[in-house]
Design a protein around this ligand. Sequence first.
Ligand code: ADP
Ligand code: TRP
Length: 321
Amino acid sequence: MRILTGIQPSGTLHIGNYFGAIKPAVELQERGEPFYFIADYHSMTTLTDADQRRQNTLNVALDFLACGLDPKKSVFWRQSDLAEVCELQWILGSLTPMGLLERAHSYKDKTAKGISPNFGLFAYPVLMAADILLYDTNLVPVGRDQKQHVEMTRDIAIKFNQTYGETFVIPEPEIREEVAVVPGLDGQKMSKSYGNTVDIFGDEKATRKKIMGIVMDSRTPAEPKPDADKNIAIQLLKLVAPANVAQEFEDRLRAGGLGYGDLKKALFEHYWNYFSGPRQRRAELAANLDYVNQVLNDGAARAREKAQVVLTRARKACGLQ
Ligand code: ADP
Ligand code: TRP
């Protein structure tokens, strides 16, 4: 079974990315043949700083490897090392109805926020379909916000198969419901673009400050809080602390007597502890960039072997050869 997912190098990775994408991807390494890549082409739709892209790409590689991606189990590469994906994008784009792309939530959200759309942003789901279909992918682990894109990939693949004959494997999304949306510090979905993140490998002082700054309501510590499960710090604590510890804090908050400051302090300590192993591993990798580049280059070579087989199949099916 081929498992594939991509992550954009559009900023610093946060714990929403970790619980929504990286952790499931690392766990899935035991279940199949994982193909994981850094979606640097996709990042071009919103980021126009070249140095920043290079730096972010390296950071994503370090973050992923530090968090447990094992290059012996997974193929890990930089998307733009395989320009084949752009050819497939064209082939698929020529079968993709405009109406389908106009309905994409991510496109509608971005334009609603006033981002003036470029062709790349509009075509984003077609490039994503090419990413997925190019490797005969069966399973795509993503956060809930990406589900629609995987559904579009299915629609495009089915249309191609109906038009030109059986060519592409139809993929399934895999959404982890329990961590489907990690809340950010302001209660909205945690996202690089909302400035409400806790970074996976954030600086100690700055992250403590961010967490201590989570805005709560003005109820006194003594007051019982029947809505304790809705509290952002509790929700985040459930991700980084052992289940019984998080439950204990939730019960104490509900009963009354636990101050928000103490709760936030506990959240910071558990967060810091949770990522201490990966933090150390990341520092080792950052001191050995030749190794990191070697992993990405080997990954690109292995991805290309598969991509060429599928691309040839697609080219033949639609009469390009
Ligand atoms: P961002 O919203 O910060 O720009 P991306 O869109 O680059 O994040 O998402 C990268 C991956 O992380 C995707 O698989 C996405 O579904 C997942 N992800 C992002 N934010 C969250 C979140 N708050 N909760 C769960 N998963 C998330
Ligand atoms: N669009 C995804 C995101 O922003 C990243 C991505 C690009 C992706 N290509 C992919 C995810 C293919 C899964 C499969 O999170």
